[in-house]
Write a protein that binds this ligand. Structure first.
Ligand SMILES: Nc1ncnc2c1ncn2[C@@H]1O[C@H](COP(=O)(O)OP(=O)(O)OP(=O)(O)O)[C@@H](O)[C@H]1O
Ligand SMILES: [Mg+2]
Length: 412
């Protein structure tokens, strides 16, 4: 990994809330862990299963902002561990957690030095609120949620109206064009989980794919994530679809939310190449997107499917306004005129991409996005303007929040 990448990653990690969980082995362990890992700005640094070793585990890490201590297994040992920690690291926010609503135990943990107490089960919203409270009260020195909030992230999805309409070509080229700006850090995620080809379009032989991240979802942190991304010479990072076709079904919406949240913590732009089958992961991606680019061609199947897709997306009050029509391959001989298409679709095209078979084929065959293979071509100029339009629209759209955006900014 290049030094500049390491520096960028280090900065991204600075924006995260470092957390250690102290939880003796129990069947509720995963539930507790997943409550925290659902919060996008939380970075689970370590887990400890013995109260006696907590100090040692923490000593081997960069100092955490929060230590969560589950107290039910042994109240006495838990309170001793809290007390030691509170004395040695007074800046660390200690959050005690119990499944029992036992007033005496709560009092004991707070007297030992816990700064907040939570009774399980609790929702992610409530947990975020408690973390926010600890922050506001100045009980945590660092202010990661605020630091992350300042950086605007943009999540863009390309959704096709039929096979071969140009989703991968547009995803790859817009992502590479955005990545060419040194201020941006861009990742392309291939969500066409069975038949995706973004890796071929970028000529990348990936060591890791989405399924490796999902198999290791419980230990997923920024280091693991960054190691799993394939890097293109344009600066674009790629998270490819699983190599094994059968692995596509193991990727759930929850996995995707977790992965997207972590990617968002260290990238300015996330570009998603969706499948055409509207799997649960595609629907989840749509809900997280700031822009949903529905790719259309002036041809009967594409227009008919676009009308059907628009009617479904518009029925969802939150998704509808984020859908923008992109007309691809303008200039090709077509079945329908642009004017007729606009009339049938009931809205104008947000963007129009010219047809350039030669340049596109050369780029696809060489696995080099046009920003490198044909930087002065008409079609690359179009992609640069498209990327600029996305960026200026992002600034103009500051008020419109996607589900993902509100999750990430902790401000629904
Ligand atoms: N603007 C364009 N000009 C010329 N050719 C194009 C253009 N856009 C896409 N193509 C060509 O169309 C073909 C299909 O494109 P692409 O693979 O991007 O579509 P897709 O929607 O991702 O397809 P799939 O359904 O297989 O995922 C490719 O051969 C590509 O080179
Ligand atoms: Mg494709």
């Amino acid at each position: 990994m290049a030094e500049s990448d390491l520096n960028k990653n280090a900065k991204a990690e600075d924006n995260l809330l470092r957390l250690v969980i102290m939880n003796p082995p129990d069947k509720g362990n995963e539930e507790l862990r997943s409550m925290f890992t659902q919060i996008p700005y939380v970075w689970l640094q370590a887990e400890c299963t013995k109260y006696e070793f907590l100090q040692e585990v923490i000593a081997n890490q960069t100092a955490p902002h929060i230590v969560v201590v589950a107290i039910d297994a042994d109240l006495e040992k838990a309170c001793n561990a809290i007390e030691r920690l509170a004395q040695e690291m007074p800046d660390v926010g200690i959050l005690a957690i119990s499944k029992r609503d036992d007033g005496q135990a709560i009092l004991k943990a707070l007297r030992a030095g816990a700064k907040e107490f939570l009774t399980m089960p609790f929702g992610v919203d409530h947990l975020s609120e408690i973390l926010g409270k600890l922050e506001k009260a100045g009980k945590i020195q660092h202010s990661p949620t605020l630091a992350v909030n300042k950086k605007k992230k943009t999540l863009i999805s390309f959704l096709g109206s039929r096979g071969g309409v140009g989703c991968t070509s547009l995803s790859v080229n817009i992502a590479a064009t955005l990545a060419a700006d040194p201020h941006n850090k861009v990742v392309l995620v291939d969500l066409d989980l069975t038949l995706g080809d973004a890796d071929i379009a970028l000529d990348l032989m990936a060591d890791y794919t989405l399924s490796d991240l999902v198999e290791n979802i419980d230990k997923l942190d920024m280091t693991f994530l960054n190691r799993s991304l394939s890097k293109h010479s344009t600066g674009l990072a790629l998270l490819p679809h699983p190599l094994n076709v059968g692995d596509a079904t193991m990727i759930t919406e929850e996995h995707l939310k977790r992965i997207i949240s972590l990617l968002a913590a260290c990238h300015t732009h996330l570009v998603l190449d969706l499948s055409k089958s509207l799997r649960p992961t595609d629907i989840c991606a749509l809900a997280m997107s700031d822009f949903i680019f529905l790719v259309v061609q002036l041809e009967i199947t594409s227009i008919r499917n676009s009308i059907r897709l628009l009617s479904t997306l518009d029925a969802d009050g939150k998704l509808g306004p984020r859908v923008k029509l992109v007309l691809n391959r303008v200039g090709m001989v077509t079945d329908i005129t642009r004017e007729k298409a606009v009339e049938l679709l009931g809205r104008p095209f947000f963007w129009e991409v010219p047809n350039d078979h030669k340049v596109m084929m050369e780029s696809r065959n060489s696995g080099t996005p046009m920003v490198k293979s044909a930087p002065v071509s008409k079609i690359q100029h179009n992609f640069s303007d498209f990327a600029d339009a996305v960026c200026s629209k992002t600034k103009a759209n500051k008020g419109a929040k996607s589900f993902w955006h509100s999750l990430f900014t902790n401000n629904p």
